[in-house]
Write a protein that binds this ligand. Structure first.
Ligand code: NSS
Length: 432
C-alpha cells in the first residue's frame, strides 16, 4: 500500500483497497462518537475519512489535535458512499496528526482585501490549487511545443537599460548609482540571439508599472516570448495559432477534472483547439465596432471595452493585424503596402477576454528604426547595440509575447487575472 493522491481514489478503481492519504484537514465534524475528517491534498480534490466510534476512541489523542488545515496521514479502506463528496470515503484505521493547526485565519466569507493579505494561506484553497494545476500544464505545453518545433530556449536578463514597450510603464531600479529598469519584455535580447540560434524563446518575468488597475493587468507577469529569423508576420502568426491550439488541447486532455471544478464551459476550448483562427485588420475591426454602435474611428486604440465587443463576433481566438503606426511600439515593421500601418498582430481570446498575444514583424531598416526611436523621444545612445543588429547581417524577423496569466485566465475561465498568479502585487500591497 502506498500513498495515493485523492483524485485517483475518486476515479473509482480503488474501492475496497487499503490506502494511505496525506493531506490537510478541509472540514471536520463529530457526530455520535464518529469523526468525519474531510481531507484535501495537492491533487486539488477532497475525500471524506471516517473514524467509527471504536477507532475514534483508539486515536482519541490524535482526534483532539485535529483542526482545520492540520496536516494528517490517514490510513484506511476505500468504500463507495453516494453521500460522501465525490462518491467515495475512507474508512479509517489509523490517524496521525503531523502538524497541528488551530483557529485557521480563513473561515469563509472574508472580503477580498483580507484574503489578499492572507494570500499565503488563501493559496491553499481548492480553487487556486486547481488554477495552478492548469497553469502548470499551460507552461509545460508551451515548452513542449517549441522544443518539438525546433526552437532554442534562452535566458535573457531582467535588469535592463532601456525601454522596449515605452517609457510610461518602466519600473526604475538603482544599479550602483545608475538608473536601470526591470524588463518589460525580453524581445530585444531575443532579437540579438536569433543571429546565432535563429529560433529562440524564453519565459521570463516582465514588469509593467501599469497606471490603472484592471482585471487583466498585473505589475509582474509571466511572459512567454519567441523570436525567429527569416519569419514574416504571417509565419509567426501560424506558430502562435498552432501553439495556442496545442496548449488548449493539452489542458482539455490532462486537466478536465480541474476545468470541471472551476465550472469552465469547455465547448469554447474545444472549438479553439480545432478550428482555424480568423484574421481581421485593424481597419475591419474599427468597421465592426462602428456597426455595433461604438464611438470609435481609425487611429483610436482598442481598449478592453472595444476588445470585448469584438470578441462577441468570433467563437475562436482571432487575430487583429496592421495597426496604425502611432498605436504600436517603434520596432514594428512598416507595411510596405501602406506606410500608415505596421505589420503587428494581436491574438484576442474569445468570450470577452481579449488580447493574450502581441507580436510583429520587426523593422529591419536602420534608418526607419532610427527615426521611430527619435519620434518616441528615446535616447539613441541607449539603442546603439540594438541598431547594430541592423548593421551586421540584418535579416527579416518576427516575434511575439504571450501573457501566460492572460492565457490561463481565459482557459480557466477566471474573471480576474490576479487568480492566475500566486502572489499578485497591488499598489498598496507588496505582501506576502
Ligand atoms: O506589450 S506586449 O503586447 N508586447 C510585448 O511586450 C512585445 N515586446 C513582446 C514580443 O514581441 N516579444 O505584451 C505581450 C503580452 C500581451 O499580449 C499580454 O498578453 C501580456 O503580454 N501583458 C500583460 N499581462 C499581464 N499584465 C500586464 N500588465 C501585461 N502587459 C502585457
Amino acid at each position: 500500500m502506498g500513498r495515493i493522491p485523492i483524485r485517483e481514489i475518486l476515479d473509482g478503481s480503488l474501492e475496497g483497497r487499503r490506502v494511505e492519504v496525506r493531506g490537510w484537514v478541509y472540514r471536520l465534524r463529530r457526530l455520535g462518537g464518529k469523526v468525519f475528517v474531510v481531507v484535501r491534498d495537492g491533487s486539488g480534490s477532497i475525500i471524506q475519512c471516517v473514524l467509527d466510534k471504536v477507532t475514534a476512541e483508539k486515536f482519541a489523542d490524535e482526534v483532539d489535535r485535529l483542526g482545520i488545515e492540520a496536516s494528517v496521514v490517514v490510513e484506511g479502506v476505500v468504500r463507495s458512499d453516494p453521500r460522501a463528496p465525490g462518491g467515495y470515503e475512507v474508512s479509517v484505521s489509523r490517524l496521525e496528526v503531523v502538524g497541528e493547526s488551530h483557529n485557521f485565519p480563513i473561515k469563509g466569507g472574508e472580503g477580498i482585501d483580507y484574503l489578499l493579505d492572507n494570500r499565503h494561506l488563501w493559496i491553499r484553497s481548492r480553487r487556486l490549487t486547481n488554477v495552478f494545476r492548469v497553469k502548470d500544464t499551460v507552461l509545460r505545453a508551451l515548452r513542449e511545443f517549441y522544443r518539438k518545433d525546433g526552437w532554442w530556449e534562452v535566458t535573457p536578463p531582467i535588469l535592463t537599460m532601456s525601454a522596449v514597450e515605452g517609457g510610461a510603464t518602466l519600473f526604475p531600479v538603482d544599479f550602483f548609482g545608475k538608473k536601470a529598469y526591470l524588463s518589460q519584455s525580453a524581445q530585444f535580447y531575443l532579437e540579438v540571439m536569433i543571429f546565432s540560434l535563429e529560433k529562440v524563446w524564453a519565459i521570463t518575468t516582465s514588469f509593467r508599472a501599469e497606471r490603472s488597475r484592471t482585471r487583466r493587468h498585473l505589475y509582474e507577469y509571466t511572459h512567454f516570448e519567441a523570436e525567429a529569423a527569416w519569419y514574416d508576420m504571417y509565419d509567426m502568426m501560424r506558430v502562435v495559432e498552432d501553439s495556442v491550439k496545442y496548449i488548449v488541447g493539452k489542458v482539455l486532455e490532462e486537466r478536465s477534472g480541474e476545468l470541471e471544478f472551476l465550472g469552465r464551459n469547455i465547448r469554447p476550448l474545444e472549438i479553439a483547439a480545432d478550428e482555424k483562427y480568423p484574421v481581421i485588420t485593424y481597419e475591419e475591426a474599427i468597421e465592426i465596432l462602428q456597426r455595433k454602435g461604438m464611438n470609435v474611428k481609425w487611429g483610436d486604440d482598442l481598449g478592453a471595452d472595444e476588445e470585448r465587443v469584438l470578441t462577441s463576433e468570433f467563437e475562436t481566438p482571432f487575430f487583429v493585424v496592421k495597426f496604425p503606426k502611432e498605436l504600436k511600439a517603434f520596432y514594428m515593421k512598416e507595411d510596405p503596402d501602406d506606410p500608415r500601418v505596421v505589420l503587428g498582430f494581436d491574438l484576442l481570446a474569445p468570450e470577452g477576454y481579449g488580447e493574450v498575444v502581441g507580436g510583429s514583424e520587426r523593422e529591419d531598416d536602420e534608418e526607419k528604426l532610427v527615426s521611430r526611436i527619435r519620434a518616441e523621444g528615446f535616447d539613441l545612445g541607449d539603442y546603439e547595440w540594438y541598431l547594430d543588429l541592423r548593421r551586421y547581417g540584418s535579416v527579416p524577423h518576427s516575434g511575439f509575447g504571450l501573457g501566460v496569466e492572460r492565457l490561463v485566465m481565459w482557459i480557466a475561465g477566471l474573471d480576474h487575472i490576479r487568480d492566475a498568479t500566486p502572489f499578485p502585487r497591488f499598489r498598496d500591497r507588496l505582501y506576502p
